[in-house]
Design a binder for this molecule. Structure first.
Ligand code: SF4
Ligand code: SF4
Length: 360
């Protein structure tokens, strides 16, 4: 039975005669959660510590507020660690979110800077999103995972996850933040797409755009050379004639691959602790360039050291809250299987689905 710690965002009035009660702030409750959960025990003096989060895209409005990440950074420093805040590039080559430079501009636009976070920001998979450590795994789907280099090299990771729904994984929790968010482009491609891209000769106008965007010169005579392709999806992004075709995956095919990628990440670096923020639970992932309204009321923040337990508890708390009927909404996207994802994560020994919640 894995112990998880929980704080509630509701500002119960401790003393009705006093309006100034900073202890009721969720930021301060987060500080207490970090202290009492003991998650900073994974940090030793002098450790380089990644505080992994998601900066959203240009237009996303419900990502984790920077004050929460700043509080985590503060606690890493108190534990003697040297924190940096990190995120990886997105799949593709041309949108701002797909390179480190664009991602840093998005971070600034959404309020994440060295000044607001009190720590430097580093894009973990490098300038174009290929800086990684390759690890072999013997998965049902994947044989290798490309772990973002800064995640592989740092001493500890405090994984800060905005828990929300997800169109392919069902839920976007810690497993997704690790399996997708801590890998480089090649593994993001493997999670979402089966096989290499193909160019349809009958549609191709030979405009050359795919050749120009390809980072590995893998396109010769308007054919993809699989031995050179590094799986960036840039060719699909730039083709205006729908001549580049890929085999997109969905639902359980994606969520099981995410679990296998998480296994790869944790094989390279298993010194992780997790904080799931069950706040602003939107129907979509933060990589969308917008945020829909939350589907339930804010639930709270969970902390612990077991990736499967924390996502299992988050899902259960969400389903319980859903029953209150705050906003009538489907449970999760109908073609997804978040419970199957958690079962597969347990089967791969990433953690346990059995947990106990300690309410602070
Ligand atoms: S971008 Fe599309 S149309 Fe242009 S050369 Fe490549 S496959 Fe052909
Ligand atoms: S051929 Fe491969 S490496 Fe080249 S742009 Fe397409 S996906 Fe990227």
């Amino acid at each position: 039975m894995e112990k998880l710690y929980f704080v509630d965002p509701r500002a119960e009035v401790l003393d009705p005669d006093r309006w100034y009660q900073p202890s009721l702030s969720l930021v301060n409750k987060l500080g207490k959660l970090i202290e009492e959960s003991g998650i900073m025990d994974i940090v030793s003096a002098g450790d380089i510590v990644a505080v992994k989060t998601h900066f959203g895209d240009s237009g996303t409005t419900r990502t984790l507020r920077s004050v929460f990440i700043r509080k985590v950074v503060e606690k890493v420093k108190e534990a003697g660690g040297k924190p940096f805040v990190t995120e990886t590039t997105g799949l593709g080559m041309t949108r701002p979110r797909n390179t480190a430079l664009g991602k840093l501009m998005i971070a600034e636009e959404n309020g994440y800077t060295q000044q607001t976070l009190a720590a430097p920001i580093l894009i973990a998979d490098g300038l174009l999103g290929f800086d990684s450590v390759r690890v072999e795994i013997n998965g049902k789907y994947l044989k290798e995972v490309h772990v973002a280099k800064a995640i592989a090299e740092c001493d500890a990771v405090i994984c800060c996850t905005h828990f929300k729904l997800h169109m392919q994984a069902g839920i976007g929790g810690s497993i997704k933040n690790v399996g997708v968010g801590c890998t480089s482009k090649q593994s993001k491609y493997d999670v979402h797409i089966a096989d290499y891209p193909k160019i349809l000769k009958e549609r191709c106008t030979k405009c050359n755009k795919c050749v120009e965007v390809c980072p590995s010169n893998a396109i010769k005579n308007f054919e993809v050379d699989k031995s050179k392709c590094v799986k960036c999806n840039g060719c699909l992004e730039v083709c205006e004639y729908r001549a580049v075709r890929v085999n997109w995956l969905s639902g359980k095919d994606v969520s099981d691959r995410i679990v296998e990628c998480a296994k790869g990440v944790l094989t390279v670096n298993n010194n992780f602790a997790y904080i799931n923020f069950l706040l602003d639970i939107t129907p979509h992932c933060d990589c969308h360039p917008y945020s829909d309204v939350p589907v339930v009321r804010d639930i709270g923040i969970l902390a612990g050291e077991d990736i499967v337990a924390i996502d299992s508890a988050s899902l259960d708390l969400y389903l319980k809250e859903l029953k209150t009927g705050y906003i009538p909404q489907q449970k999760f996207w109908e073609w997804t299987d978040p419970i199957g994802m958690l079962d597969y994560a347990e089967e791969l020994k990433l953690g346990t689905r059995k947990y106990e919640i300690v309410r602070l």
